[in-house]
Design a protein. Sequence first.
Length: 137
Amino acid sequence: MRDGANGGEGGGLRRVLCVEDDPDIRGLVELALRTVAGLEVYGCASGAEALEQVPRLRPDVVLLDVMMPEMDGIETFRRLQASSATADVPVIFMTARVQQGEVERYRTLGARGVIAKPFDPMTLGDEIRRLCDGVPG
């Protein structure tokens, strides 16, 4: 686990990469985290783009949409985990599929947690900090 993503109460959390194919949702996440939570936020529209950006940006956490065309969030996550350059970057899935079995599947894969869509933009930063601190959702 990276120290930057796990200090007390979201401690060193400052840089977030949002991987979301829907530009409206990606824009809302970026606005909420930048304006309300005071975080440095970057966006990617695809899993392939995320695989290029994560090693370069070194985010404290990746918010990863599960359902994306071409390479879905699960495959993107597996590829991030398989690379020594990105395996230590925590991932939080964002999805509308939050049935108990789905959430357990994401956690079993090694995700830090799951944020349900739709989400509350006003509390999104706090929810990310809580998950980065290891407090289950």
